[in-house]
Each structure stands twice: as structure tokens, then as C-alpha cells.
Write a new protein. Structure first.
Length: 477
């Protein structure tokens, strides 16, 4: 693996991702975005990946974590909106949701600052409250109006903020009032926005909105696979396929949404993941830590999905795959040996990576988990160490989720398992918690947080569609 310090010093003036060696595979010769994957093909009795002698060290014991800062990459306007949203939070009372919508998509001529304020107010209301009843039956009208707002902002050199606010509101509509027809109405305009926008911030927001549209907007498995193909093209080309070559934030967004959508499909053969894994392994060489972490989390997810609960294999309906959470309580106790996995109710259904390349991958992940490059600041090194220690562990033990501790519980004598817990609600409010003991849960939780931000707890506890996305244990009423 290339030295991280040397690659960081070679970065461009704008901090872009490094251009790497010319790929041996010509990207223009890849299958078109509409080419379906063989996700529903018969299970492939492939050879089990050989185990290497090297094992990751045992994880240290730690207390349960109240961690709402799950990722450094967030779908946010950052400090640009902090003061505005604080002001909006004190002035939203008494104004209905549809009044906010009309203020945004109505035909009244307004100054740029007024349009931005209306958009910020609508996005705030949608992300911090559950207004499904008010939107019911009007979703398409609202979505089309917001797409016009986004288009206007994309065409204007000074319209970046307006376009990003519009995309944030659009993504919130998908979550607040999921409707079967929304994906078909938004996929083409969103892809045009992602390709044509001159601003990388707009491209990034568009990618996150596209992921939410595919997940909640009525896309079937073929449409989800096609969207993942679009995202993979961006990853393989380092952003070049959407006119954002070597722009790290765009590549990160594509990686994050690929992982989010991957939680909805079932890979059944090696070929389903071979091309994606090749692209991910290549992106581990990026000089951008956010690209590396997002890539590693996708690799961990691909390994996790290679093991499936045996009772799921008996299901006749695989068209709308949802990971089985019933086996989670036992998953933390499954040994790494494949025969033990089968005894505990798991079976390997595909090989994530060719056995002869496994040692190289483990070596790369180990380097990232222990890097001491002085070109990286302390916070970045800590992030790489924490993330890739988890990722390396899950590559070796695919049924172990993030923040897994192999320390033994003094009372039960069993491994403590995944220790990441996100607590929801506050004093005097309904509360709950999410036990993030699977990578698919982490991907979904991070996707929700990117758009909902401070409203995450409200939607997880009160929004039925969001509640169904990830299991929440209600702890108090």
C-alpha cells in the first residue's frame, strides 16, 4: 500500500482526492446503468474464503455509547444555517406545513434572501416534526415544486444555497410522506442536477436526495440496482462520470448512498459484488480520510451480507429484502469459523473477495487502523484508527458488527459484542434506543441523520416509515 504521508503531501491545492494510476479496466466499457444485477439468481455454492493466520486484536471493553455523531460526513449546510435555523425554531409556531410549502413553491415574486428563508423554514419543519397528514395526496405537487426550486438554484451562479436547501426539503418529504410514485417523478431530474450542477455541494446534496428517493419513493429492486450502478460509476471514475473528477465530497456521497441502498437488496452470487469490491479496494488508496472511511464501511457491509440467517433462505419473497433482526441477539456470540456460523443459524451465500486477495485487503485495512502519518491531524488519525479497527474485525468475523468487543461479560462469560447504542428523546419525553450491532443499521442510521439531523430522534420515535427503517427499542413513554 502506498505511504499515506507521501500521498497526503501530493494532494492538490484544493485538497482534492488524488488521481490514481490509469485503470486497467476502461470504465466506458462497463455495463450501462440500466443493466440489472443477478440479485435474484440461484444461490451460488462458492468456495469458502480461506482464513488467514492473522487475527485482529481483541477489542477493548467500553461503556455503551450515546453517539449521535455517527459520521463526520453530514447532509448539512453547516454554519451557514446555524443562526437561521435557531431563529426559525422560535418562529415556526402557528404556521401550518402547507403554508410553508406554498411560501416556497407559490408564484409570488420574492427576493433571494426571502426565498432562502422560506426554504430553510420548510426544511426545518419537515425534519423536526412529522406532518404526514398535511402532505397526504399532495406529495407529487410538493415534490415537483421543489424540483423547480432546485433547478432555478442550479442555473444561478449565486443559487447554491437555495438549491441545497431545496434538496434538503425534498429529501425530508421522501421521509415524511413516502409515496410509491415519487421515485419515478424525481429520478431523472435529480440525476440531471447531479451531473449538470457546477457546485459540488449541490451534487452532494443531490446524491443524498437520490438515495432517499430510491429507498422511500417506491423504487423496486431493479430501480434500486440501477441507482446503485449510477453511484458505482461515480465511485469508479473518482467523480468523473458526473463532472466532479477527484472531488472527495462527491465520491463520499456516492459511497454513502451505495451502502445505504445496499441494505435493501440481497446479493446472492459473487458477481453481484465483485465489481463494487474492486472499486472499494481502489478507493482505500485515496488521500481523503472521509473517502477511506465510507469505503471501509461499505466493505464491512458487503462482508456482513455474505452471511445470512438460514431461516431467511427459506423465504419465497426476496423482492423487498429487509435484513432479519431476529437473529441479532445471538449474532454477537457466533464464532468466526464457518461451520460454527452454520451451527448458530448463519450460512455463507457468496464470497466477498477472492481468497488469494484477502491477505492484501487485511494488510491495507490494518495499515489504516494503525497509521501514524504525521501529515494527518490527530482527529483524523483517531477516526481512521477507530473506524478501521472495527472494519478489519468485521472482515475477519463477518457476523460481528461495529464497535464489537471480545471482552467477556463477568456475569455470563459471553463476549460483550457490539457496544454502540444511540439513545433517543430527552427528559420528560418519550424515549428509546437503537442498538447499532449491525453494519446495515449503521448505514441506515447515518443516512437518516444526514437529512434529519436534530430531528432524528423525533422521526425515529414518531414517523412510522422511519421507525420501520431501523428497529427502535422504546424505553419510556
Amino acid at each position: 500500500m502506498h505511504d499515506l504521508r507521501r500521498r497526503a503531501l501530493e494532494r492538490g491545492e484544493a485538497g482534492k482526492t488524488l488521481s490514481r494510476k490509469q485503470r486497467t479496466r476502461v470504465t466506458s466499457g462497463l455495463a450501462p446503468a440500466s443493466a440489472p444485477s443477478s440479485l435474484n439468481a440461484s444461490l451460488n455454492n462458492s468456495r469458502a474464503a480461506s482464513r488467514t493466520n492473522s487475527r485482529p486484536p481483541s477489542r477493548h471493553d467500553s461503556d455503551d455509547e450515546d453517539d449521535t455523531g455517527l459520521s463526520d460526513s453530514t447532509f448539512s449546510l453547516g454554519s451557514l444555517d446555524a443562526a437561521l435555523e435557531e431563529d426559525i425554531a422560535t418562529t415556526t409556531g402557528g404556521v401550518g406545513l402547507m403554508e410553508r410549502v406554498e411560501a416556497v413553491i407559490g408564484k409570488d415574486k420574492k427576493a433571494k434572501e426571502a426565498r432562502e428563508r422560506d426554504l430553510a423554514a420548510l426544511a426545518y419543519v419537515l425534519t423536526h416534526s412529522v406532518g404526514t397528514a398535511e402532505l397526504e395526496g399532495r406529495e407529487l405537487t410538493v415534490v415537483r415544486g421543489l424540483l423547480k426550486v432546485v433547478g432555478r438554484g442550479t442555473e444561478d451562479d449565486e443559487g447554491e444555497r437555495e438549491a441545497v436547501l431545496g434538496l434538503r426539503a425534498l429529501a425530508a418529504v421522501f421521509l415524511t410522506s413516502p409515496t410509491e410514485s415519487l421515485f419515478a417523478a424525481t429520478v431523472s431530474p435529480l440525476k440531471r442536477t447531479i451531473v449538470d450542477a457546477l457546485s459540488n455541494t449541490i451534487k452532494t446534496a443531490g446524491l443524498h436526495a437520490l438515495g432517499l428517493a430510491a429507498y422511500y419513493g417506491g423504487a423496486g429492486e431493479p430501480e434500486i440496482v440501477s441507482t446503485m450502478r449510477f453511484l458505482l460509476d461515480i465511485i469508479q471514475s473518482d467523480g468523473g462520470s458526473v463532472e466532479a473528477t477527484d472531488e472527495g465530497e462527491v465520491v463520499v456521497a456516492a459511497l454513502e448512498e451505495w451502502g445505504f441502498l445496499a441494505t435493501r437488496v440481497r446479493f446472492s452470487e459473487d458477481e453481484d459484488v465483485e465489481e463494487a469490491m474492486d472499486a472499494f479496494i481502489d478507493q482505500l488508496e485515496s488521500s481523503d480520510a472521509s473517502v477511506q472511511v465510507a469505503t471501509g464501511e461499505n466493505i464491512a457491509l458487503v462482508f456482513e451480507k455474505s452471511r445470512i440467517a438460514t431461516d431467511e433462505l427459506d423465504s419465497d419473497d426476496e423482492s423487498d429484502y429487509e435484513p432479519d433482526d431476529a437473529a441479532d441477539e445471538d449474532a454477537d456470540d457466533i464464532d468466526s469459523e464457518e461451520e460454527d456460523e452454520e451451527e448458530k443459524g448463519y450460512r455463507k451465500i457468496y464470497t466477498p473477495i477472492a481468497p488469494h486477495t484477502m491477505p492484501s485487503l487485511e494488510s491495507t485495512l490494518s495499515d489504516l487502523a494503525t497509521t501514524s502519518a504525521r501529515s494527518l491531524n490527530a482527529a483524523t488519525r483517531r477516526r481512521l484508527h477507530s473506524s478501521f479497527t472495527d472494519i478489519l474485525h468485521s472482515v475477519s468475523y463477518p457476523t460481528h458488527g461495529p464497535r464489537y468487543s471480545t471482552a467477556l461479560d463477568h456475569n455470563t462469560g459471553r463476549e460483550l459484542g457490539s457496544r454502540l447504542v444511540v439513545r433517543l428523546g430527552g427528559p420528560g419525553k418519550s424515549g428509546g434506543e437503537v442498538r447499532v450491532n449491525k453494519w446495515w443499521k449503521l448505514h441506515r442510521l447515518q443516512a437518516l441523520r444526514r437529512v434529519l439531523q436534530g430531528g432524528l430522534s423525533t422521526h425515529l420515535l414518531e414517523n412510522e416509515s422511519v421507525f420501520q427503517t431501523i428497529p427502535v427499542l422504546i424505553t419510556r413513554k
